[in-house]
Design a protein around this ligand. Structure first.
Ligand code: ZN
Length: 656
């Protein structure tokens, strides 16, 4: 473990909070120290109030900020004298503590101060850093953890036995710290939880953290339990329908659609194939901090019903002992370990699922290193239950409000690199769906960089390419619930007697056959969609009102329209609905350059403006208008509708 301190970088962080921001970010950069809001930092500053009086303020990481990207406004200013008075109270409920901290800040609108604020307040040093370092957890959670910590650090750290985070932990630390601290003390280890370091400047506190964690790493390394080698045997491929089936069962058990991400890299497969996986994985998470996202245990294998039964039993056992009445969360697993696919991680959004996978990636290190020095020992389930069903965490879950309409669902949009397809991708993302964009254009892969978007370069007339794209789609998100058939070509105009046969074939191949092939390949996945499969066909005004010179195009769109109607007849029993929309004169697409628009307008003796709005409503139809209708057709508004054909053309006399 190396210090990442760099004088030039440090100098870029100005202002009283500059050094605090800088080293917080350094900690956040190392995922073996801090994962997804898992650590926190603080600094004690003296400021003048409005009356010129000195005021001691603890600036502590606010909730909703990650150390890696934190900025000065991410630190909540809390009155230090008040924090210290709170720490001396004999008892305080956690919701009360949260209220007291929030009402003793000096900046209205600052984020809620960290749940571990009081811990920072009672430590005397100016700068305090706190992480849930992997190496420290491997040591504290091995047999004789307490003695091992003492052996590594002697009196350089105060050691506090496990207490759930919140007021009680702060109170225990407030008592233990002065009792145990010596002139050598530079940190504090919380058993089964993490480590604190402190110092008089930001660099000192940070480099002490690096040194302390480094010593735990060395301790493990000396016992040949630091570097891990993973060996796997291939166990045959997993069919994408099997993954989609697993996701479906999981969603049904959870009562809500979820994204399932497969991580089949060697490490995950090796752990899933580990001879002791059943024992090691079934103890509990690397830190109770993970339990809200991951549940206490992963599922080993694919028997969701058995997992749910075990989870219900765990709830019953522990809820009976809880002080207040608890309502059970859904009993579905958030992780599955399987020798063939490795890890399946589930979350309400693609981001949540990715976080679950990353947490478990580090958990495997923590478990196996502890195994190397005598065996991984998680906290008893009563402690895990206490955190999982903690009032404060439950309140956080509730605060999220109603999820977006497509949360946990997955859509494929074809021709998504530009125009209507790109607008569709945006409309579905806005509604919470994970989007797979397919396009022939290479730019599709870099169209967006966000965890709920996957762009795949794919020629839809190439069946092998489509198969490969679906494999990637299911591995990324767990299934396909919705399909927007948008990709199409518009060949050069020709009267029928002059249509080249290869133009005809090409138009049919892209506008009809490619869609047929994709529908065929997606059918087994759409059948497994937790809320039923949905297909939207981006048709054309040319279906009800064909145009002269567009024989191949109009015929291909009409053929596709008829195919959609038959699909409605055949796939209704599979709870798949298919609806078409017929746009006309959508000019904000790549096809329509300013020059083309001007020449077409001139051909009709109209201005460009008149040409754009040449419809009954005298309105312009944009890609966004079409995309919004496509998204709505997949939502609750169209839940009882299949085989509909809806124009989106501003009103057209020939269609009316
Ligand atoms: Zn902590």
């Amino acid at each position: 473990m190396k210090s990442l301190w760099n004088d030039a970088e440090a100098a870029e962080h100005k202002g009283p909070l500059g050094p605090r921001v800088y080293t917080s970010r350094l900690l956040g950069r190392d995922k073996s120290l801090v994962l997804h809001g898992g650590g926190n930092t603080s600094v004690k500053l003296t400021e003048k109030d409005l009356f010129g009086q000195d005021l001691d303020i603890l600036y502590v990481k606010g909730s909703g900020w990650d150390l890696e990207t934190i900025e000065a406004p991410g630190f909540s200013p809390v009155r230090l004298d008040y924090i210290r008075r709170l720490a001396a109270l004999p008892a305080l409920s956690d919701p009360q503590m949260v209220n007291e901290l929030a009402t003793h800040m000096t900046r209205a609108g600052a984020p809620a101060p960290s749940i571990e604020t009081i811990l920072h307040g009672i430590l005397p040093a100016k700068y305090v850093d706190h992480t849930h370092a992997d190496a420290v957890l491997s040591v504290t959670n091995a047999p004789g953890g307490f003695e091992r910590v003492r052996e590594i650090y002697a009196d350089r750290v105060v050691i506090v036995p496990y207490v759930m985070p919140g007021f009680d932990l702060a109170a225990v630390c407030a008592r233990e710290f002065p009792k145990q601290a010596t002139k050598n003390t530079v940190g504090m280890v919380l058993m089964n939880h993490g480590i604190f370091s402190f110092g008089e400047d930001a660099r000192q506190a940070y480099e002490r953290m690096i040194a302390l964690v480094g010593e735990a790493e060395t301790y493990l390394d000396q016992r040949k339990s630091w570097s891990m080698r993973y060996e796997t045997k291939p166990l045959g491929s997993v069919k994408r329908e099997e993954i989609a089936q697993l996701r479906r069962t999981l969603c049904d058990t959870a009562g809500t659609p979820m994204i399932v991400t497969i991580r089949d890299d060697e490490k995950f497969r090796a752990f899933a194939q580990h001879p002791k996986v059943g024992q090691v994985s079934q103890q509990g998470p690397a830190t109770p901090d993970h339990v809200i996202r991951t549940k206490p245990l992963p599922m080993v294998g694919r028997d969701v019903a058995a997992y749910a039964a075990a989870y219900r039993a765990y709830f019953e056992r522990n809820a009976a002992k809880a002080k207040e009445k608890k309502t059970m969360l859904d009993p579905a697993p958030r992780m599955a370990l399987d020798p063939a696919f490795g890890l399946a991680a589930a979350g309400r959004t693609a981001k949540d699922a990715a976080i679950v996978a990353e947490l478990y990636d580090h958990s495997i290190d923590v478990f196996l290193r502890a195994e190397g020095i005598g065996g991984w020992r998680a906290l008893p389930e009563a402690n895990l239950f206490e955190v999982e069903y903690w009032d404060l965490e439950q309140a956080k879950l509730r605060k999220g409000g109603a999820p977006p309409v497509f949360a946990g669902e997955i859509v494929i949009v074809t021709g998504a690199a530009s125009g209507i397809g790109k607008a569709c991708a945006e409309s579905f993302l806005k509604r919470g769906a994970a989007v797979i964009g397919l396009d022939r254009t290479a730019s599709i892969t870099s169209l967006l960089t966000r965890p709920d978007y996957l762009g795949i370069e794919c020629d839809l007339t190439d069946r092998a390419a489509v198969e490969a794209a679906l494999e990637r789609a299911v591995k990324a998100f767990g299934g396909v619930d919705m399909l927007v058939l948008n990709a199409g070509i518009f060949p050069a105009s020709n009267p029928i007697q002059a249509i080249p046969l290869d133009t005809w074939h090409k138009t049919m191949a892209v506008n009809v056959e490619a869609n047929l092939a994709l529908m065929q390949a997606c059918h087994p996945l759409l059948k497994l969609a937790p809320r039923g499969g949905r297909i939207v066909v981006i048709g054309s005004k040319n279906v009800p009102a064909p145009g002269p010179g567009a024989g191949a195009y109009s015929a291909s769109k009409a053929a596709m329209n008829q195919l959609a109607r038959v699909a409605a007849l055949e796939w209704g029993k599979d709870n798949i609905r298919i609806n078409s929309l017929h746009p006309n004169a959508v000019y904000d697409t790549a096809l329509w350059t300013d020059e083309v628009l001007a020449s077409r307008a001139k051909a009709y003796n109209l201005t460009v403006e008149q040409y754009r709005t040449n419809n009954l409503l005298k309105t312009e139809v944009s890609s966004r208008d079409v995309a919004e209708l496509a998204a709505e057709m997949c939502g609750p508004l169209f839940a009882k509708t299949t085989a509909a054909q809806v124009p989106v053309d501003g009103g057209n006399e020939r269609v009316v």
